[in-house]
Design a protein around this ligand. Structure first.
Ligand SMILES: Nc1ncnc2c1ncn2[C@@H]1O[C@H](COP(=O)(O)OP(=O)(O)O)[C@@H](O)[C@H]1O
Ligand SMILES: O=C(OP(=O)(O)O)[C@H](O)COP(=O)(O)O
Length: 404
């Protein structure tokens, strides 16, 4: 592998895998941390006299379109990201409507030094997530040099994050500045794990993160499980969760995890009560209920008073805090309280000397929304990636460049 900082990109095209999986609502970018964090890498290539071809995924289009037939590819387009990036860079960022078409290939070929091209969402193609070799090879033709700066997606062995690296010789593949910075910070935290070590896991990616929680049992003294994650546990224990988020095929795993935690002496903290809603909507009717007694037709969208108080106490004693995943649907005013309360507790613990690492696209958006980003020890652009790194695993996106 080569060194990004010392590489001279003059007259070269850098094909950069970024993680621009940022919140977008009605075509407007929300928290743009993942974009601003990649700017130093992009600017260095341009300053050297090179050109930049950017590739990213956004959301999970194929899976989501299967679940909700009313969705179309247009709901997952990266076009607003190209427009926002134009503003951030102060130049007109070109956009290819399809990541793998002849047109995209031509646009990449004709790119001049100082120009930037963003390809449409890689996940329009199932080959991306399957790690298809031909797909990766086609993408590899867009650049002279491959740069991986997508720490948030480094835990995925996908075509653009890992498989593609084999099509570049050792001196033409490298990590970008964001990736280098993230890895250095994660290493620091790995060695700063003073106890009590409290891991806070929330959000909506139940199946992904339930496996990660199991591995956290090796390091954490306490694991707080909130957000949409929690209801699979309550249902598995025989509770009533109404229409709350749940992955039935992970219930056995949830029970198993509770048993393993008990055997290891790790405390798992679930939210005793929830703010419930009659619809998944900002103007839904709301009430509060025990998290295992949610009435039919209602869903838990935030943690409630008892849970907040309990979680705050646990966090107050922590010396090391690792947080990924919001406690509720913080994007909606009515369901932001739990996430805010937990963020405040993490900030207070940090002020008392704890080391706190917060990561994940939505988690970062949440700490920014509440103005706490500079009051925690480190904010990572990776959520699942950060947690997996913490397990001591070599992430596929890192291994593909390092070990080739
Ligand atoms: N109880 C809940 N029910 C449904 N969605 C939830 C719930 N709690 C949190 N969420 C959603 O989880 C999403 C973030 O999850 P995730 O992607 O796992 O976090 P991150 O991006 O920080 O890694 C947010 O959009 C939030 O609205
Ligand atoms: O947002 C992301 O991860 P995160 O929710 O763990 O922060 C990354 O862009 C990876 O997305 P994925 O979990 O759909 O592969």
């Amino acid at each position: 592998m080569s060194n990004f900082s010392t590489h001279n990109f003059a007259n070269q095209k850098a094909l950069i895998r970024v993680d621009f999986n940022v919140p977008i609502k009605k075509g407007v970018i929300g928290d743009d941390t993942r974009m601003t964090s990649a700017l130093p890498t992009i600017k260095k290539v341009l300053a050297d006299g090179g050109a930049v071809v950017l590739m990213s995924h956004w959301g999970r289009p194929i899976k989501d379109m299967e679940k909700k037939p009313e969705l179309t590819k247009a709901d997952f387009t990266l076009r607003p990201v190209a427009e926002h990036l134009s503003k951030l860079l102060g130049i007109d960022v070109k956009f290819a409507d399809d990541c793998i078409s002849d047109e995209a290939a031509d646009m990449a070929k004709n790119l001049k030094p100082g120009q930037v091209l963003l390809l449409e969402n890689l996940r329009y193609y199932k080959q991306e997530e399957k790690g298809d070799k031909d797909f990766a090879e086609k993408l590899s033709k867009y650049g002279d040099v491959y740069v991986n700066d997508a720490f948030g997606t480094a835990h995925r062995a996908h075509a653009s994050t890992a498989i593609i690296a084999q099509f570049f010789p050792g001196d033409k593949k490298m990590f970008g500045l964001l990736m280098e910075g993230e890895v250095a910070a994660a290493e620091k935290v790995m060695h700063a794990n003073e106890k009590p070590f409290v891991a806070i896991v929330g959000g909506a990616k139940v199946s992904d993160k339930i496996m990660i929680i199991e591995n956290l049992l090796e390091r954490a003294t306490d694991i707080i499980i909130g957000g949409g994650m929690a209801y699979t546990f309550f249902k598995a224990e025989g509770g009533h969760i109404g229409n709350s988020l749940c992955e039935d095929d992970r219930m056995d795993m949830a029970l198993d995890l509770l048993k393993k935690a008990e055997a290891k002496g790790v405390c798992i903290h679930l939210p005793a009560d929830s703010i419930i809603a009659d619809r998944f909507a900002a103007d839904a009717n709301t009430s509060s209920a025990l998290s295992n007694e949610i009435p039919a037709g209602w869903m838990g969208l935030d943690i409630s008073v008892m849970a907040c108080e309990h979680f705050k106490k646990v966090i107050g004693n922590a010396k090391t805090i690792l947080w990924n995943g919001p406690m509720g649907v913080f994007e909606m005013e009515k369901f932001q309280h739990g996430t805010k309360a937990i963020a405040e507790a993490v900030v207070a613990a940090t002020a008392k000397g704890a080391f706190s690492l917060v990561g994940g696209g939505d988690s970062v958006a949440a700490v920014n929304k509440f103005g706490f980003a500079d009051k925690v020890s480190y904010v990572s652009t990776g959520g699942g990636a950060m947690l997996e790194y913490f397990e001591g695993k070599e992430l596929p996106g890192i291994a593909a460049i390092k070990n080739a």
